[in-house]
Design a protein around this ligand. Sequence first.
Ligand SMILES: *Cc1c(COP(=O)(O)O)cnc(C)c1O
Length: 397
Amino acid sequence: MNKQEYIDASEEGLLHVYNRFPVVFDHGEGMRLYDSDGKSYLDFASGIGVMAFGYGHPDHTAALHEQVDKLLHTSNLFYHPPLMDAASALCRVSGMDKVFFTNSGAEAIEGAIKTAKKYAFKKTGKAGKNVIAFNHSFHGRTVGALSVTGNEHYREAFYPLMDGVRFADFNDIESVRTLVDPDTCGIIVEPIQGEGGIVPATKEFLQGLRQLCDEHDILLILDEIQCGMGRSGHMYAYMGYDITPDVLTTAKALGGGVPVGAFAVSKKVAASSLEPGDHGTTYGGNPLVCAAVKASIELMEKLDLPGHVKETAPYLEKKLSELCEKHPETALGHRGVGFMQGLIISPEIKPVDIAKKALEKGLVVLTAGSDVLRLLPPLIAEKSDIDEMAGILDGIL
Ligand SMILES: *Cc1c(COP(=O)(O)O)cnc(C)c1O
């Protein structure tokens, strides 16, 4: 089959909800992807922040092979060794005390929202609690997650959504303070907004949210589905803010390529929120994904990827600054943390057109918001990969 035949046959059977790039990927190795014609691509997207170790890391692959041969699924009515290993590994590196494994990021958000509601319910004996979320946030596509996503474009066709969500302005603590009332049960926020355009929270803002939650005994939910697992240069981005969340959501890189997410809570929240019968999932935390979680976390520690990101990110930022200096008409600036970086593109140019040109030249990049070219390289990226990426973007800009 040639490329166009793959594409046509796929579209024949798929619901059209993605405008996919006309590329058929066949396999990957390290920082590189190969398409069905054998063309090689340098990957600065990592499958939207999932492939932290690049493609086919032998430790990760071996752990999956071993588990496939042993046991794939049991349901959550039973215990299995990978579940124990994954839970203890995630508690260890997340700084949280109890975890619940989900099949996606959106489901982790659903669990987090239910946790905040149940915490308030146990305290007051009343339901009807509200959540505060942020403009330009992204938390996923299920109805609950969409309800806290501050992007009208994703929401408009699906009202009525979950009741009682109010939107404040990111990095504006006063806009949050005015929304908190006795019916508020939680605040959900990305420490670094991803889809919204790669916008890091300020330290004052996250610390202010922490303080506000403490004052009102409501839960601070940090969505680290994109910025977590080493990408910020910390294992979790909140660790750079001198605060701790009540609920943490994580997914994307958590399984290094298998679909798994989690929400994690503190001891205090665990003791006073979801109980047997309140929540569940058939697949969530099955032996295969738990083997992947354990392998991913151990690999992240073995390679010290948070340390590598922290050390290498200044070089990435320097290269982006150089691109902005050289192409002031097209690249207006850059922002981000660690290996989560956005290049701000002039309003006359669509970032997706740059992403298309990059693909033609063998570079995979993403977009975010309406004006940002988003770079989420695998966390194993070296300076030489950054040079190659910058060289290709230089030609395009
Ligand atoms: C990707 C993402 C989600 C949703 O995760 P899915 O696995 O696509 O459901 C939620 N929050 C953030 C910050 C994300 O980046």
